[in-house]
Write a protein of this length. Structure first.
Length: 336
């Protein structure tokens, strides 16, 4: 690549936050859902989304310039295959995630990435004076937007996870930090004789009822609120932890795993679902997720060796790693 082309590519990367925020605003306004039934004019959409017509048009034409929308004659816009990914009914929908990422409180943490890089401290706490989980407790609207974003990944992730790993051999499966239960519901629905325990913070599991009922598994699933640093419920022979350990540093992660170790049945299995970092120069998604963990919750993504170290420090032996997609591997451990 010559110098001019390299500079142009670099400039695009540097300004990537502008593209990101424009997509997030469109997602917040529900533009993709409004276009689900076909093209509409910018003015029509502006009215439907209570937006300022000329500014809204400027948003749409910018998004069309990067292929998220298509601009036809007379300010008519339609969805491209990229933009269709923002529809709330898309199987791999990115819309709920975009609505979360665009929130000011979230961006503010990323604005202080420099602080994390210089000090090793969590940018979110530096900006907001409290950790992200406490912040969300104090801002229920943000908690809701976050929970929806996490749940929106579940259909695609559950399909990949169920294809990659056999959960049918477990009698009682517990999802530790299982959010509103969407993953657990998908696994239980697949295995009709299995029982489940959904465990998360009390204010999060409060919203689990409809999710479990929709999958017709509510009567086989106990819902328990609590704090995984103190204890997790006993009785399960498999403990699933999806996108949990990456939220925490090693010390806190070991504390969570020790809670699992105390509660897991002998002969049970720990199944951690997280990214496994790729060798140098590969795996951008997990490596940027790792920066996201540094800036927002104050955690990290890990290598295979790092997972083995966490397991060993908390009474588990890493027995198997199964790759189930870009940011999902199943890292299995046995109690020792
Ligand atoms: N496993 C879910 C949610 C991951 S987000 C999924 O992959 O979609 C991390 C989860 O950890 C959140 O639901 C959050 O409420 C939960 N969590 C954070 N601190 C916790 C604590 N101290 N005890 C129990 N759950 C906690």
């Amino acid at each position: 690549m010559d110098e001019k082309a390299a500079a142009s590519e670099l400039m695009q990367m540097v300004n990537g936050y502008q593209v990101s925020q424009a997509i997030c605003v469109a997602a917040t306004l529900g533009v993709a859902d409004h276009l689900a039934n076909g093209p509409r004019t910018s003015d029509d959409l502006a009215a439907a989304t209570s937006s300022h017509p000329q500014s809204f048009y400027r948003l749409l034409r910018a998004l069309a310039s990067v292929g998220v929308l298509h601009e036809g004659d007379a300010r008519q816009f339609s969805l491209t295959s990229l933009g269709a990914g923002l529809r709330s009914d898309a199987e791999h929908s990115v819309g709920a995630w975009a609505r979360m990422v665009g929130r000011a409180y979230y961006r503010d943490a990323w604005s202080e990435l420099l602080h994390s890089v210089r000090t090793g401290e969590n940018a979110f706490a530096h900006v907001h004076g409290t950790g992200v989980w406490q912040y969300r407790i104090e801002h229920p609207e943000e908690s809701l937007i976050f929970d929806r974003a996490m749940s929106s990944f579940v259909p695609a992730v559950a399909a990949a996870v169920l294809a990659a790993y056999d959960f049918s051999r477990f009698e009682i499966l517990m999802d530790v930090g299982g959010g509103q239960g969407a993953l657990l519901a998908a696994i239980l629905a697949r295995n009709p004789s299995q029982r489940g325990i959904l465990f998360d913070q009390p204010q999060v599991v409060e919203g689990a009822g409809p999710v479990l009922q929709a999958a017709s598994v509510a009567e086989r699933c106990q819902v328990i609120g609590g704090d995984f640093f103190r204890a997790v419920p006993e009785g399960a022979d498999a403990h699933v932890l999806k996108w949990i350990l990456h939220d925490w540093d090693d010390e806190r992660s070991i504390a969570i795993l020790k809670s699992c170790r105390r509660a897991i049945r002998p002969g049970g299995r720990l199944v951690v679902l997280d990214a496994v970092l790729a060798p140098p120069n590969e795996g951008a998604r997990a490596k940027f997720a790792d920066l996201n963990m540094l800036a927002v919750p104050g955690g990290q993504e890990r290598t295979e060796d790092e997972f083995a170290g966490l397991f060993a420090a908390s009474g588990f032996r890493l027995t198997n790693i199964v790759d189930a997609g870009p940011r999902i591997s199943l890292i299995e451990g046995k109690p020792i």
